[in-house]
Design a protein around this ligand. Sequence first.
Ligand SMILES: [Zn+2]
Length: 150
Amino acid sequence: MLCPSCGVSDTKVIDSRPAEGGRSIRRRRACESCGHRFTSYERLEPQLMVRKRDGRLEAFSSTKLAAGLSAALADRPVSGSAVEALVAEVEDTLRAGGAGQVTSEEIGRRVLDRLKTLDEVAYLRFASVYKAFQDATDFEKEMAELESAE
Ligand SMILES: [Zn+2]
């Protein structure tokens, strides 16, 4: 964790104890560079819920999203770390909304936004599964949009 006083990353924990009735851990930290002391709290990450198309609520799973992406990216020249980075980025964006709840459509849209620049074939594969195209016309429209963007 960066020192709030001088900004270096060499800070060490000098004390650590349960706080907020055991729901968090309070840490006293000291900067090894300027000696500044400060406090940080570690808390459980709040659950991000996903509203499915059929109305059911489900906990967001980055593992599941990564698995879906890996399927779309099968045989494509995209590294595992690029997939991980994409999933982390999407999760960050979703959490930044602060609502604690997102729709599966929103997740799909955000993934597609990023896949479009990462790999077009994977983009189309993912789009066909995730967007649940109404009919072939939608798919053709996507294809046409992609081609005209080149
Ligand atoms: Zn410092």
